[in-house]
Design a protein around this ligand. Structure first.
Ligand SMILES: [Zn+2]
Length: 495
């Protein structure tokens, strides 16, 4: 009988979003709650549970889990509290443990601790000792640090963007962990850091050039020549010392083979760096083109992508469309807690002047707008991407002439249509829809929309990476600096 411990800590932040994440922004699951939150859903732990449940010689111990939507840096006090909770749950459960699976995102960042996942893994290693295998899973946007690699035995990494393999990444982690127990594998990890940050449509793994790196990694895993492999691209908005792209290859006790492939993957990725940048269109050009368009125009606003860690309160496209006297029907989301409160006070069906946007990020100046409160709502709604729920808090739909603005209290993920549909607005019925997401996804928008414009708007998650002002990450870094030279260095874990 193997006793396997399971925990989770996931968030992705943008250092450039001034709204700090607080402890209260996390959904915390203790003990069994962790499995009830994940069973049967598209998540890493959901996938791991499926694999573990195929066996009857396992004792599973869900410890603790913390998940928060993307936002600004996590306040240090909040992180300290998460650490204490995790630590206590691990100490209470560690007796007789054979292995530990920790589901992480990898792109957390605190106001003080800039490697939170590394810190958590160090805590885990200290409590469990050197013999208990620690398996982690990561988003390919994670920042995998030296300290994380020093304190885990193996890892699995997402192989899709947009992410549709959360559960299968957990399944891969669980299978590998079981193999490590059953077959006494000795995972050895090779990594090669590539000083590159990437963005843009070429990152879509099905259609873009990044998919070639991923298919190489998948082929390594499927052929059995690697236990696990991936190409991690980091989250360019998490400005931490070890932000980078990196090739990761895990083999069974064959450091040489791991090294060879990691080098090959890293060099191949470096060669494609220029293609993996985002061509953006100026807002006024996009509006002129949209005016001529028949069918729905999508304005993908990556700069205010709540899923990448932006505040969601950008009104820059609203302002530009008003300024340009765009006459079509516009649908756009906005995070603005005071405006929602104002709408509640005004009441359903009534009109008032609202101050919209810039409530959180001083980059944006509020716009005064006469609008009617067309809908008031609250509570969780179904999230079409992953089948779980999102909760935007109190929400108001405001109607200002031809503009329909879905105003939420909390930031929620906006890369699909869920928020709009949950509030009675079908994007297909509009002439222009603002999608605050790094990419406009085929299945939700591109398949039916007339055209997608990747607009160059300001914001804390702009794909115009040079505009952000990185001060902490290692330099030189492409494309932040000119004349970046790549001299591949292989690191091995364990050393
Ligand atoms: Zn991601």
């Amino acid at each position: 009988m193997y006793k396997i411990l399971v925990a989770e800590c996931k968030q992705e932040i943008s250092t450039f979003n001034p709204v700090e994440t607080q402890y209260e922004d996390f959904s915390i699951n203790r003990g069994e709650e962790l499995f009830s939150a994940h069973r049967g859903i598209e998540s890493e732990i959901g996938g791991a549970i499926e694999v573990f449940s195929e066996r009857d010689d396992l004792e599973l111990l869900p410890l603790w889990g913390a998940r928060a939507n993307s936002s600004g840096s996590l306040a240090q006090a909040g992180f300290d509290r998460l650490v204490t909770e995790f630590e206590q749950s691990l100490i209470a459960a560690k007796a007789g443990a054979d292995a530990f699976y920790f589901s992480m995102h990898g792109a957390m960042g605190c106001t003080e601790e800039l490697d939170p996942e590394g810190f958590l893994l160090q805590v885990a290693r200290r409590i469990l000792g050197p013999q208990i295998p620690i398996m982690i899973s990561l988003d390919l946007h994670g920042i995998l640090t030296q300290r994380m690699l020093d304190n885990c035995d193996a890892l699995t990494i997402y192989h899709t963007y947009p992410h549709v393999d959360l559960a299968s990444t957990g399944e891969r982690a669980a299978r590998l962990l079981l193999r490590m127990l059953d077959e006494d594998l000795k995972p050895t990890i090779a990594r090669v850091v590539v000083p590159v940050l990437v963005r843009g449509d070429e990152l879509k793994t099905e259609t873009g050039v990044y998919g070639e790196s991923i298919r190489r990694a998948q082929q390594l895993e499927q052929s059995g020549s690697a236990l696990s492999a991936g190409m991690i691209i980091g989250n360019p908005f998490t400005d931490v010392p070890e932000l980078c792209s990196q090739a990761i290859v895990v083999t069974n006790d064959d450091a040489e083979a791991a090294e060879e492939v990691a080098l090959e993957m890293a060099e191949d990725f470096w060669g494609k760096r220029a293609r993996m940048q985002a061509p953006l269109i100026a807002i006024d050009e996009a509006i002129s083109a949209a005016k001529e368009l028949r069918g729905t125009a999508i304005f993908a606003d990556a700069a205010d992508a709540t899923s990448s860690g932006a505040s969601g309160d950008s009104n820059s496209l609203l302002a530009a469309l008003m300024e340009a006297q765009y006459e079509g029907k516009v649908l756009l989301p906005l995070v603005d807690p005071p405006a929602v409160q104002c709408a509640i006070e005004v009441g359903l069906g009534r009109c008032a002047t609202f101050s919209l946007g810039g409530a959180l990020d001083p980059r944006f100046s509020p716009i005064e707008l006469e609008a009617k409160v067309a809908m008031l709502a609250t509570g969780p709604y179904f999230f079409e991407s992953w089948g779980n729920v999102q909760d935007a808090g109190d929400t108001a739909v405001l109607q200002a002439g031809s503009f329909t603005i879905v105003v939420t209290t909390r930031p929620v993920y906006l890369f699909d249509r869920s928020l709009f549909l949950a509030h009675g607005r079908d994007p297909r019925q509009f002439d222009l829809v603002v999608v605050k997401s790094p990419h406009c996804q085929e299945r939700f928008f591109v398949e039916w929309a007339a055209e997608n414009f990747n607009v160059d708007a300001p914001g804390s998650t702009s794909a115009n990476l040079k505009s952000l002002g990185h001060t902490i990450c290692q330099r030189p870094m492409y494309p932040l600096d000119d004349d970046v030279v790549f001299e591949p260095v292989v690191q091995h874990f364990p050393a």
